[in-house]
Design a protein around this ligand. Sequence first.
Ligand SMILES: [Zn+2]
Length: 89
Amino acid sequence: MNLSKQEFLNTADSAKYIQDKRKLRAELEAEMAKFLKRGGEIKQAVSQIYKAKHGTADQYRKRSCRCDVCVAWALDNGVIKLTTIKARV
Ligand SMILES: [Zn+2]
């Protein structure tokens, strides 16, 4: 749907949408209450930090990493011959 918020609120569907959302929320809260009753714990979601594997073709080519490890890889694999570009920091 490509409506502005105001347009959306004016549509007949919006009341149903809001109702559905409220229902979903109530269901979620009920489930959460059950979960907590059983001794469930709520933990803060931890965002997964992407761990780059340096010194690989993917890292050097796809992610354009130019750290020491990746540049060393590129040199070893003949992708580059010099690291002079690196000097232009
Ligand atoms: Zn790297």
